[in-house]
Design a protein around this ligand. Structure first.
Ligand SMILES: *Cc1c(COP(=O)(O)O)cnc(C)c1O
Length: 348
């Protein structure tokens, strides 16, 4: 019997034995005092990778995004982001709660905004009717956009708009390593364009916990104060940082395998007779729409009977996410099940 295949998210991975060993061996100290050598090493490593001055290790990507938004904005200011973005859809209304700021929502293409769309959402200056635009936030890859990614050229063009209008630019890079793997862009170049970057090690890279917020020294100093207020000042967090360092050293190159598996799933879905459409697969996310053969609930239930977990993603919509705990053997089983779910006409 095949093990459970969990495609609900790339957050479901378990630490590998080698990762656990690295965690056990980590030198640690009290991070609130700035004395955890492994946390400091992770912050320095990721900042250097992305061409940024400093980093701040946090428990979640929601926390890194919310801290960044808090530092960049003030009450009565506004953030431009795509309507599907995680910061708007999936952070519990945190922008209003933590920052008392509003959002100007762009209807982009699969989560991606154009420079023209960003510019069109900037509020006129010196008109008291409007909030003051302060920040633009991109997501790369775009989760709800089916894992679509921005290239560094596209990012540079949006950064140009921000610089002309004196706006900060933040990246929700929960899956930025998938974007880099697919585009072939250099992480170093990101430092030229973003004022802050949130990266997650607990998604495709397979660490159990952890995100890092990157920015200038002054930005991170302020961010550290906000993290403390949110209850995110942690102590011997180096055991977790060690997992993140291990993930960066061992689990980045293999992301191509996840992308290849996602492409194979896309192909199987396109060849089936129960799928209406599939969002073009660019990375490790496969979002598809069922025709009336199955409801999303019935389809997810049929998969569950084959020991496959998938996420219902809205009416008739289902999401698969590939990750490092999906083995080649599991992939073969998945492809067989997707084929077996085809409805065949029974001759009269
Ligand atoms: C998962 C995710 C986050 C952060 O989520 P946490 O569960 O809080 O770590 C942020 N942005 C996007 C696009 C995500 O997919």
């Amino acid at each position: 019997m095949i093990q459970k295949i969990d495609l609900r998210s790339d957050t479901v991975t378990r630490p590998t034995p080698a990762m656990l060993e690295a965690m056990f061996a980590a030198p640690v100290g009290d991070d609130v005092y700035g004395e955890d050598p492994t946390v400091n090493a992770l912050e320095e490593k990721t900042a250097a990778m992305f061409g940024m001055e400093a980093g701040l290790f946090c428990p979640s990507g929601t926390m890194t995004n919310q801290i960044a938004i808090k530092v960049h904005t003030a009450p009565l200011t506004e953030i431009i982001c795509d309507v599907t973005s995680h910061i708007h859809q999936y952070e519990g209304g945190g922008i209003a709660f933590n920052s008392a700021a509003s959002t100007a929502l762009v209807h982009g293409e699969r989560g991606k905004m154009t420079p023209q769309q960003v510019e069109a959402h900037i509020r006129p200056l010196d008109n008291i009717h409007f909030p003051e635009t302060r920040l633009v936030a991109l997501e790369n890859t775009c989760n709800k956009g089916g894992g679509a990614y921005y290239t560094v050229e596209e990012i540079a063009a949006i950064s140009g708009v921000c610089k002309r209008h004196n706006l900060a630019l933040h990246l929700d890079g929960a899956r930025v390593f998938n974007a880099l793997a697919a585009s072939g862009d250099s992480a170093q170049d990101y430092g030229l364009y973003f004022d802050s970057i949130s990266i997650c090690l607990s998604k495709g890279l397979g660490a159990p916990v952890g995100s890092v917020l990157l920015g200038s020294k002054a930005f991170i100093k302020r961010a550290r104060r906000i993290r403390k207020v949110l209850g995110g000042g942690w102590r011997q967090a180096g055991y977790l940082a060690a997992a993140c360092i291990h993930a960066l050293d061992h689990h980045v190159e293999r992301l191509q395998e996840d992308h290849k598996k996602a492409k194979e799933l896309e192909q199987a879905l396109l060849e089936s007779n129960y799928v209406e459409s599939v969002l073009p697969v660019e990375t490790n996310i496969v979002i598809f729409k069922l025709n009336d053969t199955y409801t999303d609930a019935a389809f997810v239930a049929a998969l569950a009977r084959e020991n496959i977990l998938a996420a219902s993603f809205g009416p008739q919509m289902v999401r698969f996410v590939t990750h490092l705990d999906v083995t080649d053997e599991m992939q073969q089983h998945l492809l067989q099940v997707l084929q077996a779910l085809n409805k065949h006409e029974v001759p009269a």
